[in-house]
Design a protein around this ligand. Structure first.
Ligand code: C5P
Length: 227
């Protein structure tokens, strides 16, 4: 079987990462969650007070970008890779609503995107990779053999994310999560550099009313046809 590149883009909380992870596992491919990389840089910016409510110091962050080291390390017990920021496991910290509320701002900074896109291209240079994000099919791997663009209604997506956060014992309200999802959709789709949009050759996939098994079955079949 030949090794290909699979790019999965789409709006927030469309379940991209769940499907991408399963697909990579089944194909024996590497899985990369690029959202985790933008989240890790956001966590760094929050920890070092380059952003807080109202006052931003993006210059400060840009000047310190070379001090930010993000990497994935495979956790054999859990069966998936976790995000490390400067040597520390931050997998839990990057998933909070606080990070979600700032990540679209940080990901719109051209210097941040340049650094992370370069790393992502490097990770995928040998193919055999499933990468999910917002600009994978358009910017990171425009030549990917299979491109998917996942969508679902904002309400379905917010409910999914709300349940995840509640499972992790975060104290959040559904309306707050819906607001964050809609806000990020807007910022991600309207930013100047690499806005979220469907690549012309991507397959659009609306999973509002589809269970995980059916989604996986269909997407796996798309992949098999290409491989
Ligand atoms: O995928 P996830 O929801 O974790 O992504 C968090 C945020 O990171 C997105 O809302 C977006 O602002 C940013 N992102 C991006 N480009 C990517 C992946 C994520 O701008 N390739």
């Amino acid at each position: 079987m030949k090794k290909i590149t699979i790019a999965i883009d789409g709006f927030s909380s469309t379940g991209k990462s769940t499907i991408a992870k399963q697909l990579a596992q089944k194909l024996g491919y590497v899985y990369v969650d690029t959202g985790a990389m933008y989240r890790a840089v956001t966590l760094y910016a929050l920890q070092h007070k380059y952003i807080n409510n109202g006052e931003d110091n993006s210059e400060g962050l840009i000047n310190h970008l070379d001090k930010i080291y993000v990497e994935f390390k495979f956790n054999h017990e859990l069966g998936f890779a976790e995000m490390y920021l400067n040597g520390k496991n931050v997998e839990k910290e990057i998933r909070t609503l606080q990070v979600s509320n700032f990540v679209s701002k940080i990901s719109a900074i051209p210097e941040v995107r340049k650094k992370l896109v370069q790393l992502q291209k490097e990770m995928g240079k040998n193919k055999g990779i499933v990468m999910d994000g917002r600009d994978i099919g358009t910017v990171v791997f425009p030549d990917a053999e299979l491109k998917l663009f996942m969508t679902a209604s904002p309400e379905h997506r917010a409910m999914r994310r709300y349940k995840e956060l509640i499972d992790r014992r975060e104290d959040v309200k559904y309306e707050e999560v819906l607001n964050n999802v809609q806000n990020r959709d807007y910022l991600d789709a309207n930013r100047e550099i690499s806005p979220l949009k469907k690549a012309e050759d991507a397959i659009e996939f609306d999973n509002s009313d589809m269970g995980l098994e059916e989604q996986f079955e269909r997407i796996y079949n798309f992949a098999i046809r290409v491989i």
